[in-house]
Design a binder for this molecule. Structure first.
Ligand code: PMP
Length: 423
């Protein structure tokens, strides 16, 4: 380890507002404290990507300046230490998900790659002609398209667990949809459009009772809820680092060891082999079997630092604070005439999609942008959700632990300005 010291957390708990010292937290984020279009930055797009605190940026910078080389290669001290940092990050993810072993934590580029890995290894081995793949009506395209591709290849059928107008899954339909042909269930834990928190533990238990394997898309849940994959009994659980105040280019596939061990490798190449000859190649065990080539080392270390940062604040405190913000934002937005919230489930995370009169969400998003307010407008990579809710697109404001009531008030003022412009 180089003599240059590692960055340490500067964030301190102080004057709590609803359980979190948000003013102090905001100081940790260079982007949040830099004006945008000459106005204070109001970042309400954390569902697209969370902002990255200084300490995470510094941790990655430190690695690249003083610790960088390749991992799992060579006997140099530098390589061994880089490998240690990389594997420590894997251990942080294991603890974060409460997985039983680091062998169950596979690095991927993100949620999308993790789902494709499962579809192309577990799926190609276990899905046969005539089988059924069950997906919820509120899946992101990342948990639809890989299964459609597999179904087309294998002659399998996709079935859909419907939802009601509030954006809650119809659990009463589940038993009938779990037929003897159902082999797999893909389930989003928190909807990126509607904010719905699905009762995944209950659904997994029902699926398992019928022998169905379940993958949980946790891309939008890990930033908001403490997740315990053993308690959920998820077979696979996937998420992306960039939604968790970490960098892009890194994500995680958790899989139960017994399942991962039976799955064939996915990509072939260096690092995943035991021995290669022209006649025969053998593979190493978990997790390396699924990690061909040079991994995203800096990003993995960055994700580990992001997990440390979030755990330092406390995931339960984050969840409680965000629920207060959600309640406040829902009440304030509901007062605006002509604004309709899309997604009114009883159990929601701090994500609010809405439509405003007949104004196109892109216009809403552009005007808000000029006010320094960053939201997302569009179909949010969930076109079937738009079709179900009967809207072409929505504007979505998503709130994180670094947002404030003032951010909500700015959003409301911005929306009133949009209404004024469109008369
Ligand atoms: N699933 C959900 C629920 C998401 O919100 C996203 C990102 N919008 C993804 C999957 C895909 O994540 P990534 O682009 O990081 O692979």
């Amino acid at each position: 380890m180089n003599a240059k010291s590692l960055p340490t957390a500067t964030h301190q708990m102080g004057h709590d507002v609803g359980g979190l010292d948000v003013a102090a937290i905001r100081q940790d984020f260079p982007l949040l404290t830099t004006p945008f279009h000459g106005k204070p930055m109001v970042y309400l797009d954390s569902a697209v990507s969370g902002q990255i605190p200084q300490i995470v940026i510094e941790r990655m910078d430190h690695y690249q300046r003083f610790e960088h080389t390749n991992v799992h290669r060579g006997v140099s001290t530098l390589s061994q230490e880089a490998t240690d940092r990389f594997e420590e990050a894997r251990e942080k993810v294991r603890g974060f998900l409460n997985a039983a072993s680091t062998k169950e934590i596979i690095w991927t580029r993100g949620t999308t790659e993790a789902i494709n890995l499962v579809a192309q290894t577990w799926g190609r081995t276990n899905i046969h002609p005539g089988d059924e793949i069950l997906l919820s009506a509120m899946e992101h395209h990342a948990n639809i398209v890989p299964w459609q591709m597999l179904a087309a290849e294998k002659g399998a059928t996709i079935r859909v667990l419907p939802m009601n107008d509030a954006g809650e899954l119809l659990l009463e339909d589940l038993d009938a949809l779990l037929t003897p042909r159902t082999k797999f269930l893909g389930l989003i834990q928190v909807s990126n459009v509607l904010g719905t928190i699905n009762p995944v533990k209950e659904i997994i238990a029902k699926a398992h009772a019928k022998g169905v394997c379940v993958l949980v898309d946790g891309a939008q849940s890990v930033p908001h809820l403490a997740v315990d994959v053993q308690d959920l009994d998820a077979d696979f659980f996937v998420f992306s680092g960039h939604k968790l105040s970490g960098p892009t280019g890194i994500g995680v596939l958790y899989g139960k060891k017994a399942l991962l061990e039976k799955m064939p490798p996915w990509q072939g190449g260096g690092s995943m082999i035991l021995a290669v000859s022209w006649e025969k190649t053998t593979y190493i065990g978990l997790p390396g079997k699924f990690e061909a080539g040079t991994p995203a080392i800096t990003q993995a270390i960055g994700l580990g630092a992001a997990i440390d940062y979030l755990q330092g604040i406390g995931l339960e405190r984050i969840a409680a604070y965000e629920q207060q913000l959600l309640t406040y934002a829902t009440a304030q937005l509901s007062k605006i005439e002509g604004l309709r919230i899309i997604g009114t489930a009883h159990e929601k995370a701090s994500v609010i999609s809405f439509v405003l009169d007949s104004i196109h969400p892109h216009d809403v998003g552009s005007i808000l942008d000029h006010e320094g307010i960053v939201v997302r407008a569009g179909h949010h990579c969930a076109q079937p959700v738009m079709q179900r809710m009967g809207v072409p697109a929505t504007t979505r404001a998503s709130f994180a632990y670094y947002n404030t009531k003032e951010d909500v008030d700015a959003l409301v003022a911005g929306i009133l300005k949009v209404k004024e412009i469109f008369g």
